[in-house]
Structure formats: C-alpha cells, structure tokens
Design a protein around this ligand. Structure first.
Ligand SMILES: *[C@@H]1O[C@H](CO)[C@@H](O)[C@H](O)[C@H]1NC(C)=O
Length: 437
C-alpha cells in the first residue's frame, strides 16, 4: 500500500483525536451510568424530599462499594474502611465557631471518650444538660460525625451537651457500647457541678442504636438508687429488641424497598447485628437474622417475652400492609443452634430494652417513629409499654420519614428531619425547665 507522508500524518492526528474523543465519551458514559446506577433507589410515594433521599442512599451505596473494594486488600470487614471513608469526607469539628457561645472539646468521663459542648459565657448558678448517644447500628458513627447536630442542640439550649464516643463492634462487641454509655453517664452525674450542671436536670437522647443505648442506660440508672433519674429520655427511631425482625413495619419496608432496604440493606442489618453480638459475621447467623429464624420455635410459641412484640398490639393501620398479615414472629420456623448462640445476648435488657418486665418509673419520654422505617414498630411497642406503665410519653409518628432522616446535614436537609429536631428542642426545653429570655 502506498500512502503519501502528508496523508499519513493527517490520518495519525485524526486517529489521536478520535481516540481522545472516544476516551472522553467513554468516561462521560461511565459517569452517567454510575450516576444512574447509584441514583436508582426505590422511592415510594410520600417519602420526604425524594431526590435528596436518592442522593443520600446512593452516596451511601457508593461508599459501601468503595469500602468493599478496599476491604479485599486489607482483610478487614468492609465496615472498617467504610467508617474511615465517611470520617475523612466530613468537615473537621471546630472548637469554636464565630458567633456561637458554644465551645467543644474532647475529653474523657470515667475513662470513656466524650465530646463536650459548653457555653463560653456561662449563666450564673447550675444549669441543665443533655447527654447524647449517636446512632450507627453499633458498628458505625462517632461523636465527631454527629458534631453538627450536637453542637446545634447545645446552641439551641445554650447548655452543656455531652456526646458519648462509645466503643463500636466488631472490635468491641456487646456490651462494650452499653458499658461506656453507663460509665460516662454515672461519671457525669457524679461530677455534674464541676461543669455547672444540676444533676437533677440532665436529659438523655439518642437515635437508632443510640436510642437503644439511651433506653437501656435510663433503665439501669433507674435501678441504681445512688442516682436521680434522667429528667427525660428521647428515643429517636430506636431499636428496642432483637427477637422479631419481621414486624409488620419491617415487612412493609421490604415490600416497598425490597431487600436493598431504605438506607440499610437487609444483608447489612443482619451482618451488623451479628458483628455487634458475636464480634464477627457468621453466615449462618446472618442468614437466620435476615430470615427471622434466629429465635427458636419454642421461644416464639411459649415465652412470655414474645408477647412484647405481639403484632396485635400495634395500631390497626400499622398491623396491616396491603392486606397481607404476617404471622407473629414466624412461629413455624426457628434455628435452635443459632438461638443457643444468641439467646443470652439478645434477651439481655441492655441489648433489648423492650424486654424489661417493669417499665414503671422510667423518665418522661419523647419517642419518634418514621413511616418508612423498617424498625418503626420497635418504637411503637416501646411507647405502648411505657404508657401502660404510667410513664408520660410523647410519641410522634413522622409521615414521610425514613430511618436516619435526622442525621444528614446541609446540603441534604430533610423537612422531616428538621421537624424532629424542632420537636426535640421544644421537648428538651420543657423538661429541662429552660425558659426563653
Ligand atoms: C397476640 O395477642 C393476642 C391478643 O392478646 C392473642 O390472642 C394472640 O394469641 C397473641 N399471639 C401470639 C402469637 O401469642
């Protein structure tokens, strides 16, 4: 073949151009496909700020995938790189913020790491305080990750806030998280005056797994005659039990979102629970937790504890989802081996505060549940038991809300999350006797 030099040159430069253009198109296409893939979450009608929800869930899925790739090289569970990816993406906590009367610092309470928020210009006399326990399924999250929220609590209340940086699973399985929270709470009550705090005016709040710990800490402190009760407890979409993973709310969530769930997948929920109790993910246990066969048939049929999650306790509108009624705790099926492994752990009231026999005398309670939360019923069961025992309960059910809706901050601002925040502030002020100046 005879090709002139000049034409050869032209064709080579046009090949380069063509290759570059193909390459760029390929990259753009890959981005578009990845974007479409991660933005493609089931989004039922009525969920609050659906596009932001898609972004939030998509971002979480992307980071989980990144963490899973990293974990191939580090031979650790993907939750470990997942944590560091999130921590690194978040802005660093500021000790002081211009225009704010709140200074934050990291310290220890009885050996437990906490992030402490204190007014810079203090009011005379002893004031109230809030203890906060963050969420994250017992495997994730930190006081710093929740800094925006806890700082805002401190600013709104102009009071001391203590955010407990408890130990996480799988490195520190149950009951390490509980131990840290009760230790820090007791230490704070013993030393309240050193922080200009009146120990009879300390409230406690937590979301998700933090709600579980909040409920358990309130109970154990109530039993301990040396301390006053908390002035209140606020449980924000808490987990309250591990004996029934197929409550009507879970099944509703499954029918709307599938196994990918909303924010937390069914697989993740099973794994995180297993990491929390056993310190490792055992496939048989994880599968049983997902399948709700981790409890034995005998327990389901005969234990009085199973009545605490009897589906007929729920308001009628919550028992029924699309005409299908779930059997109570799937009475027909159970894995005795897994039950042997788990029962002592999950029946412990420090893990499942709903299973405490006597709820009398517990602190006045704010309880938030969300429409699209698979563990919606955990909060409902707990609110009903408290009410039955005569505890003052303000139970708010948030239509459009999903599990974790309070957590995200700008640019992902959810109207329902903001509503929960404002309702909490009103409740806190009322029970801490904070009057507007
Ligand atoms: C749930 O409670 C109802 C009403 O008390 C009772 O009839 C039913 O047997 C209970 N279900 C189970 C599985 O125990």
């Amino acid at each position: 073949m005879k090709i002139s030099t000049s034409s050869s040159k032209r064709s080579s430069s046009s090949t380069t151009f063509f290759t570059l253009r193909t390459f760029v198109s390929f990259i753009i296409l890959a981005w578009v496909l990845a974007f479409a893939y991660y933005m493609n979450s089931p989004t039922p009608n009525g969920i609050v700020n659906p596009w932001q929800y898609k972004c939030f869930n998509g971002a979480k899925r992307l980071v989980i995938d990144m963490a899973s790739v990293i974990s191939l090289f580090t031979s650790s569970h993907y939750i470990i790189p997942f944590r560091s990816l999130i921590e690194n993406a978040l802005p660093k906590c500021q000790r002081e913020v211009p225009g704010s009367n709140i200074r934050s610092s990291v310290t220890t309470f009885g050996g437990v790491k906490v992030r402490l928020y204190e007014p810079i210009e203090k009011q005379p006399g002893l004031g109230p305080a809030l203890v906060f326990i963050h969420g994250g399924a017992f495997v994730l999250g930190s006081a710093d990750m929740f800094d925006m929220m806890t700082r805002r609590f401190a600013e709104e209340l102009d009071s001391v806030v203590v955010s407990i940086d408890y130990r996480l699973a799988p490195e520190h399985p149950f009951p390490a998280a509980f131990e840290d929270c009760i230790t820090a709470s007791r230490w704070f009550m013993d030393h309240a005056e050193d922080f200009n705090v009146d120990r009879s005016r300390i409230g406690i709040a937590g979301d998700s797994a933090g709600g579980t710990l909040t409920a358990s800490v309130s109970q154990i402190l109530h039993d301990d005659g040396r301390y006053p009760d908390f002035a209140f407890q606020a449980l924000i979409y808490p987990l309250t039990q591990f004996i029934d993973n197929h409550t009507p709310g879970s099944m509703l969530s499954k029918s709307l979102f599938g196994m990918d769930g909303a924010i937390v997948t069914w697989q993740e929920a099973g794994e995180f629970t297993c990491l929390y109790f056993l310190g490792r993910a055992e496939q048989r246990v994880v599968d049983a937790l997902i399948d709700n066969t981790h409890t034995s048939v005998t327990f389901k049929r005969e234990s009085p504890l199973a009545q605490y999650v009897n589906h007929t306790l729920l308001p009628l509108g919550m028992q029924d989802y699309g005409g299908y009624k779930a059997p109570n705790v799937d009475e027909q099926r159970g894995d005795d081996t897994v039950w042997e492994q788990l029962q002592e752990l999950i029946l412990d009231q420090r893990a499942s505060p709903l299973l405490r026999p006597d709820m009398k005398g517990l602190p006045p309670t704010f309880l938030a549940t969300c429409e699209f939360d698979p563990i919606r019923d955990h909060g409902v069961f707990y609110a009903l038991r408290l009410r039955e025992a005569g505890v003052p309960v303000r139970w708010e059910h948030y239509d459009g809300g999903f599990h974790g809706v309070l957590g995200p901050t700008w640019p992902l601002v959810f109207e329902v999350g903001e509503k929960i925040f404002q309702d909490l502030i009103v409740f806190f002020k009322e029970h801490l006797k904070i009057t507007e100046k």
